[in-house]
Design a protein around this ligand. Structure first.
Ligand code: CUA
Length: 184
């Protein structure tokens, strides 16, 4: 290949692989976008801790409420600072409606529905799951701040949808677990 100037005044470079400069700019833009998307997904996944809730298991929505652990939903302690919560989302309530966890606890939350599609969002956290009958949605979250975190249903599920709510209460760790001496 020569790098001489062609008859119509265009250099060899401008004719590289016969790609029109206008088209080449769009190709460059596409590559830049891919890099930006890859960075966005990587940063939110690894630096900011965003997770996609996985389907943990499949259950039969007709019998799920009669089978353990769904027949007695609620919070279970696994070890110090580690809990698991089983929550049933159904028209139009969460069972249980309230979860109380000591501050700093890592809670793995399992949610399923026996009837319709619901949502499970804990306000001011990145916990936001779609709840599909027959599947168990699972996410882990560490509650680092004391306070009340409302749980809301984020998928329209009928006339009681707006009333479908609950609360996570994050409380001070009880003194028996604390090794720090109180100074006040
Ligand atoms: Cu359940 Cu909206």
């Amino acid at each position: 290949m020569s790098d001489s100037v062609t008859g119509d005044g265009l250099t060899e470079d401008k004719l590289t692989m016969g790609i029109d400069p206008y088209e080449r700019n769009w190709i460059r833009l596409s590559i830049v976008l891919l890099v930006v998307f890859f960075a966005t997904v990587s940063i939110s996944g690894f630096a900011l801790g965003f997770q996609v809730n996985g389907s943990d298991a499949e259950v039969d929505p007709r019998t799920v409420l009669d089978t353990e652990p769904w027949s007695s939903p609620g919070l279970r302690k696994i070890s110090d600072g580690e809990y698991e919560a089983y929550v049933v989302a159904k028209t139009w309530t969460f069972e249980p409606r309230e979860l109380e966890v000591p501050v700093g606890s890592k809670v793995t939350i399992y949610v399923t529905s026996p009837d319709l599609q619901h949502g499970f969002k804990i306000t001011d956290t990145n916990v936001n799951m779609q709840i599909v009958p027959g599947q168990v949605s699972k996410l882990s979250y560490t509650f680092d701040t004391v306070g009340e975190f409302p749980i809301i249903c984020t998928e329209y599920c009928g006339q009681g949808h707006a009333a479908m709510a609950g609360t996570v209460n994050v409380v001070e760790e009880d003194s028996s677990n604390s090794t720090e001496e109180s100074s006040s």
